[in-house]
Design a protein around this ligand. Structure first.
Ligand SMILES: *[C@@H]1O[C@H](CO)[C@@H](O)[C@H](O)[C@H]1NC(C)=O
Ligand SMILES: *[C@@H]1O[C@H](CO)[C@@H](O)[C@H](O)[C@H]1NC(C)=O
Ligand SMILES: *[C@@H]1O[C@H](CO)[C@@H](O)[C@H](O)[C@H]1NC(C)=O
Ligand SMILES: *[C@@H]1O[C@H](CO)[C@@H](O)[C@H](O)[C@H]1NC(C)=O
Ligand SMILES: *[C@@H]1O[C@H](CO)[C@@H](O)[C@H](O)[C@H]1NC(C)=O
Ligand SMILES: *[C@@H]1O[C@H](CO)[C@@H](O)[C@H](O)[C@H]1NC(C)=O
Ligand SMILES: *[C@@H]1O[C@H](CO)[C@@H](O)[C@H](O)[C@H]1NC(C)=O
Ligand SMILES: *[C@@H]1O[C@H](CO)[C@@H](O)[C@H](O)[C@H]1NC(C)=O
Ligand SMILES: *[C@@H]1O[C@H](CO)[C@@H](O)[C@H](O)[C@H]1NC(C)=O
Ligand SMILES: *[C@@H]1O[C@H](CO)[C@@H](O)[C@H](O)[C@H]1NC(C)=O
Ligand SMILES: *[C@@H]1O[C@H](CO)[C@@H](O)[C@H](O)[C@H]1NC(C)=O
Length: 870
């Protein structure tokens, strides 16, 4: 078995079984609650962008038997097939098993695929076209491997706390920048023929305590996953926002998360899935569970879950909340037939919408091994054949990766040492400049910080086809230029380092990093979430030492978010600081492009670089705070995360959100606003149709018996069949026999026509279509006042004006290429949603009476121009 598969298999038990840590014995708290919301909305036949797919899916699903429908909804179990998750096939109609596979930066656990820059690094480009092209390239690679759904992009976590382990997988702490990243990536992936999966829905903001098994492995005796307690306004204005953009872009699937929201699990929270996602936002695709995030059968079905991943109750139990149980639940009337029809319809509609057909490339790799031949059914060790064809899907994506990472590298400080021009002598210092001695894929799921950091750790990773280290790329460039070049690729050789960087004519480039990842791997005491905001491996001492010995020290940072630079950033010997994020396979080439000015930097920081940890406000919960019950994380800061919090507190920053330098200079002038003729907002009215059912099904239990004569039972495989016509025995559930009335909430099985929510889109996914009306168009002139061509990222901020509103919020931006001496017009738009607040009384978006001011500037704190909106 490959290392990556092993660590995932072990999941939370990777840490040696520890005795349970004593948790604070505080008395049981009054905890937040989530209101029930039923029934689960069924697909809308006329939804924008889905109508054709609906017809194709309806034709297909109408031909299916109940067992076939259930097959579509339920994974075959952990390691049952080649991908990280697959559902049952429908051989009778020629549909092969759908493959759900990681990751948001490329294909995980395969070979001859590319490793792309992280979402966060891509966000730092502020370049919509590059976001789309990355999505398209990842979608093409996934398609070429036979993947049906690539598990990304990520908007949860958005980055409530800077230490959040998976923040780098997402885009930015800002919902607008993240929303654009989501929409562009979804469009790119799906145009390439791969269904995207927007995740993790929603409030999945930390790794600690997201899963009980994992927490037990770390010695915490908690009975339930943590609860993110989020008020309605914050939910809409911050956490839901980027998901709305993904839905408007037509995303085919959404992954619900491990965490609870208001003490109800993400994959069975009817308010989240039925109300917010499917009703208000009009999501027409399917909701799949995160791996092992499903905790109930009938309850999650009526709460809006559509696909169980990877299908077993827990890894390798051979049992399922769905599969056999879902078949039984329909037959005994607990789960209405229309709900399973709707699940199947949503899954098939997503497939038809993105691919137009049920024909798919063969699955050409196995996640569980890199051997060419092996068992298709990994856990059963059955079906020996060629399982890795080593298909090369990379095309020329290396050059795109190089471009994105270079254009996503933020120049934070430059007193004139950059760009480099044939320097006489370069000394590169630090482990982060070199290679991992065990190879670029030397640690299971990248769960270590050895050598240069190209990506974080966990399931959000991809296999590097190669990793260009900064050392190799900079050396190659130095040789080409006739420079002298030496590197010290360890942080722990102060004497050698001092001797080297104290020499005459040296340009010292120090590479330092910090890492983070997913909760099932603990790297140096960081259980996914970072435990602090400082550099790893004595990085701060290294920078301080080198800069005390050398007056031309350039610092390059590879990090998953902010680190505290407070102690050294203003040392005059530090002549430049760059944040290169997590650049992917072309790391060295990308940073060389920026250092030498082949790419004139224009990236902007997608988060704030604060002076202290405390200034960030909202923190990770590192210790359980509710006895042995679910830890409670109260999102009391509301929408005030990152720059909104710094602005509210009036805290000084080192480098603010949206900040970044160029090798040229720009001037902003001539702001103008034009009001559009968008009409008055009208709430959506009307009703859905009654819930439709498609096809018919037999009520005779003997029709669902396992077809022994047709194929053998594969060990631990999850099927839709029954072992016996004794329903209770077939379910293997001692509690079998409860009726819907006994254990499901009121209205859970209603099939009557339902009124549309006023805030909902009716036929328009993403919410009321008038929310996206353009209300104002703002223009400004941007002039390149320097002597070289450059790109500039003008940003539109808005003051909503209310006492509870952030000082300013980002609303639009562009990345413009401008020749020296030339002036280009920046055009930004404000939609109705942009100008609104979520009104909890009205349960709708409302534009307040407070004065609205638009700003055009080069960062969240350099607001050059302003204009009042009348
Ligand atoms: C969580 O509780 C808060 C406070 O009662 C409420 O505003 C919000 O709508 C609830 N959210 C969910 C998803 O239950
Ligand atoms: C369900 O899927 C499995 C393969 O995953 C397949 O063997 C079986 O025939 C399918 N059942 C039906 C009813 O299509
Ligand atoms: C059915 O679900 C219950 C839990 O609700 C579980 O205990 C049982 O093992 C499942 N049965 C099968 C056949 O997977
Ligand atoms: C129906 O089936 C489901 C799934 O096995 C089970 O949980 C429930 O108790 C059953 N109810 C009745 C009334 O048989
Ligand atoms: C991989 O794809 C190639 C070309 O599409 C095909 O010939 C081969 O059979 C596939 N291999 C597997 C294991 O699916
Ligand atoms: C190199 O260093 C020497 C000694 O400080 C100095 O005289 C010379 O000008 C330097 N050359 C360059 C190209 O910096
Ligand atoms: C922060 O965490 C890193 C990684 O575990 C560690 O190397 C560093 O020493 C820690 N910093 C402090 C100040 O403890
Ligand atoms: C910094 O320099 C001091 C003095 O030479 C040395 O003791 C220490 O180990 C150095 N630390 C690093 C990380 O270079
Ligand atoms: C800057 O570097 C020089 C050596 O070139 C050193 O003497 C001086 O102390 C350094 N200054 C600071 C503030 O570290
Ligand atoms: C479903 O209806 C069709 C057409 O009326 C019929 O031929 C078929 O036998 C029915 N199937 C089941 C499983 O009841
Ligand atoms: C159903 O039968 C298969 C094959 O005999 C067996 O492996 C499996 O455990 C049985 N499942 C249940 C829930 O009894």
């Amino acid at each position: 078995m490959k290392a990556s598969a092993l660590s995932c298999l072990l999941g939370g038990t990777l840490v040696a079984a520890a005795t349970f840590n004593p948790v604070d014995k505080i008395h049981k708290r009054d905890v937040a609650k989530s209101d029930p919301y039923y029934p689960s909305p069924w697909m809308n036949p006329e939804a924008d962008g889905w109508a054709e797919a609906y017809i194709q899916a309806k034709d297909f699903v109408s031909q299916l038997t109940l067992a076939e429908k259930v097959n579509l909804t339920t994974g075959v179990g952990w390691q049952g097939e080649q991908c990280v998750g697959q559902v049952g096939a429908i051989p009778r109609l020629g549909l092969r098993s759908l493959c759900m596979h990681d990751a948001p930066i490329g294909v995980r656990g395969s070979d001859y695929n590319s490793a792309f820059p992280s979402g966060q690094t891509t966000a730092a480009t502020w370049d919509r076209v590059l976001m789309y092209r990355r999505g398209f390239a990842m979608g093409s690679e996934a398609k070429g491997k036979g993947i049906t759904v690539l598990l990304g992009p990520v908007a949860g976590p958005i980055g409530r706390s800077p230490e959040g382990g998976r923040n780098w997988e997402g885009f930015s702490v800002d919902p607008v920048l993240t929303g654009i990243g989501m929409a562009q990536t979804v469009s790119g992936m799906q145009d390439a023929g791969t269904i995207a999966c927007a995740k993790h829905f929603v409030g999945n903001e930390q790794e600690n305590f997201r899963q009980t098994g994992e927490s037990h492995g770390y010695g915490y005796d908690i009975a339930e996953s943590l609860s993110s307690n989020i008020d309605d306004k914050t939910m809409h204005e911050l956490y839901l926002w980027p998901f709305a953009d993904a839905i408007r872009a037509g995303v085919g699937s959404i992954m619900c998360s491990y965490t609870q929201v208001n003490n109800s699990y993400g994959c069975q929270n009817s308010k989240l899935l039925n109300n917010l996602l499917k009703d208000e936002l009009g999501f027409q695709g399917f909701v799949m569970s995160d791996w092992q995030a499903q905790h109930t059968g009938a309850a999650s079905a009526v709460a809006g879950l559509d696909m169980s991943m990877p299908g077993d109750t827990e890894f390798n139990t051979g049992l399922s909340y769905w599969g056999t149980n879902l078949t039984l639940a329909v037959l005994n009337g607990t789960v209405p037939a229309y709900r399973v029809d709707d699940m199947a319809l949503r899954i098939m509609a997503a497939l038809f919408k993105v691919r137009g057909t049920i024909d798919m490339d063969p699955i050409n790799f196995s996640f569980w091994t890199s051997d060419t031949y092996g068992p298709v059914h990994w856990v059963a060790q059955e079906g020996y054949q060629e399982i890795n064809s080593h298909v090369d899907v990379r095309e020329d994506h290396g050059s795109l990766i190089r471009e994105i990472a270079a254009k996503g590298t933020v120049l934070l400080k430059n007193t004139g040492s950059l760009p480099l021009k044939k320097p006489k002598f370069i000394a590169v210092i630090g482990e982060d400049a070199g290679s991992n001695p065990n190879g670029p894929n030397g640690c299971s799921d990248h769960g270590c910080d050895d050598g240069t950091l190209g990506m974080g750790w966990g399931s959000g990773t991809a296999t590097f086809p190669y990793l260009v280290s900064p050392d190799s790329a900079l050396q190659a460039r130095a040789i080409q230029d006739g420079s002298r070049y030496e590197s010290v690729l360890t942080n722990y050789a102060p004497d050698k380092t001092k001797a080297l960087v104290s020499q005459a004519n040296v340009t010292a480039i120090v590479f330092v990093n910090a890492d983070s990842g997913e909760g099932y791997i603990n790297v140096d005491g960081n259980m996914g979430d970072r435990k602090n905001l400082t550099l790893w491996k004595n990085g701060d001492d290294l920078v301080k030492n080198v800069s005390s010995w050398c007056d031309n020290t350039i610092v390059v940072l590879h990090t998953p978010g902010p680190v505290l630079l407070t102690e050294w950033y203003d040392n005059p010997n530090i002549t430049a600081i760059l944040w290169a994020g997590m650049p992917g396979q072309e790391s060295g080439n990308s940073i060389a492009d920026v250092l030498y000015g082949n790419v004139n930097p224009a990236a902007r920081s997608p988060f704030t670089w604060g002076k202290t940890r405390e200034d960030y406000g909202a923190d990770i919960l590192y210790k359980p705070n509710n006895g042995g019950d679910a830890p409670q994380v109260d999102f009391t800061e509301g929408v005030f995360i990152d720059y909104r919090q710094f602005d509210k507190a009036g805290a000084e920053v080192l480098y603010e959100f949206g900040y970044g330098l160029s090798y040229t200079t720009f001037e902003y002038s001539n702001i103008k606003v034009e009001k559009s003729g968008a009409g008055k907002y009208t709430p959506t009215v009307g009703k859905t149709d009654a819930a439709p059912t498609f096809g018919n099904y037999s009520e005779d239990l003997s029709d669902y018996l396992f077809p022994k004569d047709e194929f053998p039972y594969i060990y631990q495989y999850i099927y839709p069949y029954l072992n016996t016509t004794d329903a209770k025995k077939a379910s293997a559930d001692p509690h079998y026999g409860q009726t819907a009335e006994e254990f499901l909430p009121p209205h859970a099985t209603d099939s009557d026509a339902q009124p549309y929510l006023r805030s909902s889109g009716g036929n328009s996914p993403g919410g009321n279509r008038q929310l996206y009306d353009i209300m104002y168009t703002i223009t400004a002139d941007i002039t390149n006042t320097g002597s070289i061509v450059g790109e500039e990222v003008p940003q539109l901020y808005l003051s909503l004006g209310g006492p509870d509103d952030p000082k300013v919020v980002l609303r639009d931006f562009d990345r413009l290429r401008i020749d020296p001496g030339q002036t280009t017009q920046f055009t930004a738009r404000l939609t109705r949603r942009d100008l609104s607040n979520w009104d909890t009384e009205a349960q709708d978006w409302v534009i307040s009476d407070h004065k609205k001011i638009a700003y055009v500037g080069r960062s969240s704190r350099k607001l050059d121009l302003q204009i009042e909106l009348a």
